[in-house]
Design a protein around this ligand. Structure first.
Ligand code: NI
Length: 245
């Protein structure tokens, strides 16, 4: 069930059955020569909607933009400042909490969001702990890949998956958007590994084609289909456990 495709009366009815909602979050940033700029939000959205369809959970509109300052050296990348992302997450949660939502499960596609979203959750809890009269809420964020999906990624790509523009995320999005599959020669075949980076110019100098540690050309929509099915199963289980916690 998608919030964006529901009426307010349907949301009221849903809240009589559950106070949980799934919020996909990602980024708008380069993903190397064949990965799409939307990779991170398209992947989290695809899996989150899969969970929504599987168990009738409410899925919020995707928070497409994320904290991507280090990708700004590549055309088309967009970043929110950490403070903007913290404010965005806080306002989304507090708005939905006004209406009765109490369990917020963020499905994430981008590691760069973790610090800011975690800070947003702490801001939300701090308001309550400091005595503001707001309803108690639980928030959690998980990458779209759970334990079984991680095992499958290892089986499919081993140490070629990498840590940015990974074979797994590119595959998932190829399966979701077969109309936008790209092909390109990549040298080296597997991009350099990361030992950290700083700002956008530094990132671009270290990782010239945008990838980190990945051999993205191993990606395929067939692998993406297997990853999708496993990830939906993983996230369904994680969401249901979160609701019970
Ligand atoms: Ni990504």
């Amino acid at each position: 069930m998608q919030l964006a495709l529901s009426t307010w009366q349907e949301v009221e009815s849903y809240l009589k059955t559950s106070t949980g909602i799934i919020v996909p979050i990602g980024s708008v940033e380069q993903h190397g020569p064949i990965g799409l700029i939307g990779t991170d939000h398209l992947s989290s959205e695809f899996v989150a909607r899969g969970v929504g369809e599987a168990i009738g959970a409410m899925v919020a509109p995707t928070l497409a933009y994320g904290m991507s300052q280090h990708h700004l050296g590549f055309t088309g990348s967009v970043t929110l400042r950490p403070s903007t992302l913290i404010a965005l997450v806080g306002d989304v949660v507090e708005s939905l909490a006004v209406h009765g939502f109490r369990r917020f499960f963020f499905v994430n596609g981008h590691g760069g969001n973790i610090a800011s979203v975690t800070a947003a959750f702490d801001q939300i809890y701090a308001a309550r702990s400091l005595g503001e009269a707001r309803p108690a809420v639980h928030c959690r964020m998980s990458f779209w890949f759970g334990p079984r999906t991680k095992a499958l990624i290892g089986e499919l790509f081993g140490d070629k998956d990498g840590s940015h523009a990974t074979c797994s995320e590119v595959s998932l999005v190829q399966y979701a958007h077969q109309e936008a599959i790209k092909h390109a020669e990549m040298t080296p075949f597997q991009a350099p590994r990361s030992h950290g980076f700083f700002d956008a110019a530094d990132y671009r100098a270290r990782f010239p084609d945008g990838r980190i540690g990945s051999a993205s050309s191993l990606a395929s929509p067939e692998a993406g289909k297997r990853l999708y099915e496993t990830a939906v199963a993983d996230m369904t289980e994680a969401y249901q456990a979160f609701l019970e916690y």
